[in-house]
Ligand binder design. Structure first.
Ligand code: MRU
Length: 345
């Protein structure tokens, strides 16, 4: 079955299934080149996730589900494939969530005496994809209602069609709100060091005709102080049981700025991003990436030879700084442990 993205306004397809393989848009080459890569083994899927060929919390969950289904062609390798996929990136819990679900399905099939697991596991991966697609749509509806007509919004990293199965999480909200006249323009923070904001988010916004401007990350405070920003909307990679939310490095700083300037700060994330097993944000594993991504830009050094650096790829925003968490099951406002549980069940 070929995956569809009916609800995608501009038909950006970061990954789709066709003829026994997952085809993924190589996001490392955007915005300049659009190259689609064929991934036909769990090893290739794990490497694509690890090397950021595809990225974004919901999308890596969907890719992992397909990677696991591919492994069913060699049933003895299912557990190995699950471990490999799980180890590909640590922060986004969608990956673990997808694999837990796929493993449970495999166990159920085995208990029922099913011998060939490939077709039913592939169907489960398709179902996982379709649910994410639908979650995008619902989040965009819930989220758009939170914005006043004519709003100027700011976002960080890429939480758009490139990170999910449908129109995206935070960018899905912005897309729908734009169509409803609730968003007039958007600021995309560039998101050093990997530049998801400038390379990916601005690309998505411009394709769609949403008036958008790029900000270096250190311009956000000045813009919030001197101009009208009506809301900040970001995605999340893992939300702890108390509603603390991990997202791309720089998000926490933006949340502090938003609070100081009285700007509502929204997190849009599907329920697959919530990890009730983790009591608070302090326990969320934060990926440390190579410092080469900090001391180099597109392969060119921007620091003295031998410079030391740090590269935490995510940070955690305490729930007290979040105005609302927008999920496909409803809006958690203000977010805390009790309300998160109540909305997600
Ligand atoms: O390192 P990345 O590009 O995978 O990080 C992505 C983000 O931090 C997104 O904001 C997050 O996954 C939310 S996408 C719905």
């Amino acid at each position: 079955m070929e995956m569809t993205k009916k609800d995608t306004i501009d038909a950006i397809r970061p990954a789709y299934w066709r003829a026994e393989a997952l085809y993924a848009l190589d996001q490392r080459l955007l915005p300049h080149r659009q190259v689609v890569v064929r991934l036909s083994t769990p090893e290739a899927v794990a490497a694509a996730i690890r090397d950021m060929l595809l990225r974004g919390a919901p999308l890596i969950g969907v890719a992992a589900a397909y990677g696991y289904a591919m492994a069913a062609k060699r049933p003895a390798s299912l557990e190995k494939a699950a471990r490999l996929l799980l180890a590909s990136r640590p922060t986004a819990v969608n990956l673990a969530h997808a694999l837990r679900r796929m493993r449970a399905k495999a166990a159920e099939l085995r208990r029922a005496g099913v011998r060939d697991l490939y077709a039913p596991l592939l169907e489960e991966a398709h179902a996982f994809f379709r649910e994410d697609l639908e979650a995008n749509r619902r989040m965009s509806e819930f989220g758009a209602r939170l914005l006043k007509p004519g709003s100027t919004v700011m976002t960080h990293c890429n939480a758009g069609a490139l990170c999910a199965s449908g129109i995206g999480t935070a960018l899905g909200v912005i897309r729908r709100a734009f169509r409803q006249g609730r968003v007039r323009r958007a600021y995309a923070c560039e998101t050093r060091p990997y530049l998801q904001g400038s390379r990916l988010t601005l690309w998505e916004l411009m394709r769609e005709g949403i008036p958008a401007e790029l900000l270096c990350d250190n311009m956000a405070a000045h813009i919030m102080k001197t101009e009208r920003v009506d809301a900040v909307i970001v995605g999340a990679d893992r939300i702890a049981a108390n509603a603390d939310a991990a997202n791309k490095i720089g998000t926490y700083g933006l949340a502090i700025l938003a609070r100081y300037h009285g700007v509502p700060f929204f997190v849009a994330a599907p329920s697959t991003t919530v990890d009730f097993s983790i009591p608070d944000g302090g326990q969320i594993p934060i990926e440390e990436r190579s410092i080469r991504e900090v001391v180099e830009v597109f392969g060119r050094s921007i620091a003295p030879k031998g410079a030391k650096a740090r590269h935490p790829a995510f940070d955690v925003t305490p729930h007290g700084l979040i105005t609302a968490i927008i999920t496909e099951k409803g809006v958690v406002k203000p977010p805390d442990r009790r309300r998160l549980k109540a909305v997600l069940g």
